[in-house]
Each structure stands twice: as structure tokens, then as C-alpha cells.
Design a protein around this ligand. Structure first.
Ligand code: PRP
Length: 187
């Protein structure tokens, strides 16, 4: 599979729309946490692009840390069946800190639920979640989403950190993958 334009069906959100919306959400977060220091926790790998864009748009002091999870038991590309574990943990404790979990997408909610439960057990002062995309139509477990940039339909999307076969993460826009590319991958 190569990175070919015909693999993309259409652009869902342009680079300009993504940047503008991130700026809006960043302003909201900066206002909410004014006078405090915020630790952003990115979930590798998808959230990296969004986390850096968000961090640069925030006007409050920010620290960053990353973790990686692995999901198992799923039978569709990249998807979970509720089984999640931490494959790479944070470098530092989060005790008594204001923490914002940063995701590229909240889908079934399994990953978010697991991470919120795990991080809450480490005694942060506060814990919230901010996601670039919310595909709530696929939600299986309910999770609180404090900040979302875009709600999306039930389609496979790539760009801004989201991948298909590890490709397309570096697109500056969000695009819908051509269903034929997905079908070819399943064959
Ligand atoms: C994506 C995303 C979330 C998770 C959300 O990660 O970054 O962590 O799926 O799905 P859920 O709500 O159904 O649990 P993915 O497994 O695709 O890994 P990646 O970030 O490395 O692409």
C-alpha cells in the first residue's frame, strides 16, 4: 500500500479548519486552567501531532509526558475489544498535578476509560480529557469527554496523527479513507 491520493475519498476537515478549531479549544483550556500549570499526557502514537499543535496554542505553562498502550482482542484494524494495557508508562508521577489526557480519537471509549481509571489512581489534582476527534456513534462504554475539536461520522479517517497501515499520520488535514483501500486491506 502506497500513499496515493485515490486512497482518500474526501477531505473532512482542511488544515485551516483543524488549526482554527485547535486554537478555539486551546483558548478554552487556557481560560479554564488560568493561573495553573497543566500536564498534557499524550497517548502514542496518534496523539503526537494534535498534542504538539495544542501545546503551542496554549497560553498557560505546560509540561508534557507520553504513554503507549496496546489493545488486544480486537478483530478490526487498530480497534479494541475492551482489553487495554500500558506498554510504555509515563516518565514522571502525576500526583497533585492538573492533568489533561490528549487523544487523537475517542472511539469505543475502552482506551479512554482504562486510562482515566489508571491515571486517577495516581492522585492527580484534576484529570480531564481532550480529543481531536470524537466518533461517539461507535461508543460502547460511556466516558466523559471534556474537550473535543470535532465530532465525526462512522467512517475510517486518516491524517493529523491518525493512520491507515501506519501511513497518513503526517497529513495536515483529516480525510476519509476510500472504502476500497480498506476492503483491499481486509482481503
Ligand atoms: C487510537 C486512539 C486511541 C484509541 C481510541 O489508537 O489513539 O488511543 O484508538 O479507540 P477506542 O476509543 O476504541 O479505545 P490506536 O490503537 O489506533 O493506536 P495509534 O494511536 O498508535 O494509531
Amino acid at each position: 500500500m502506497t500513499v496515493r491520493p485515490e486512497n482518500l475519498e474526501r477531505v473532512l476537515f482542511t488544515e485551516e479548519q483543524v488549526a482554527a478549531r485547535i486554537a478555539e479549544v486551546a483558548a478554552e483550556i487556557s481560560s479554564k486552567y488560568r493561573g495553573r500549570e497543566l500536564k498534557l499526557i499524550g497517548v502514542l502514537k496518534g496523539s503526537v501531532f494534535f498534542l504538539t499543535a495544542l501545546a503551542r496554542a496554549l497560553t498557560i505553562p505546560v509540561k508534557i509526558d507520553f504513554l503507549a498502550i496496546s489493545s488486544f482482542g480486537g478483530n478490526s484494524p487498530g480497534k479494541t475489544a475492551g482489553m487495554v494495557r500500558i506498554a510504555k508508562d509515563l516518565d514522571d508521577p502525576i500526583h497533585d498535578e492538573d492533568v489533561l489526557l490528549v487523544e487523537d480519537i475517542v472511539d469505543t471509549g475502552f482506551t479512554t476509560r482504562y486510562l482515566l481509571q489508571t491515571l486517577a489512581g495516581r492522585g492527580p489534582r484534576s484529570l480531564g480529557i481532550c480529543t481531536l476527534l470524537d466518533r461517539s456513534v461507535r461508543r460502547i462504554v460511556q466516558v466523559p469527554v471534556d474537550y473535543r475539536c470535532f465530532e465525526i461520522p462512522d467512517r475510517f479517517v486518516v491524517g493529523c496523527g491518525l493512520d491507515f497501515q501506519q501511513l497518513y499520520r503526517n497529513l495536515g488535514y483529516i480525510a476519509v479513507l476510500n472504502p476500497e483501500a480498506l476492503e483491499a486491506d481486509r482481503r
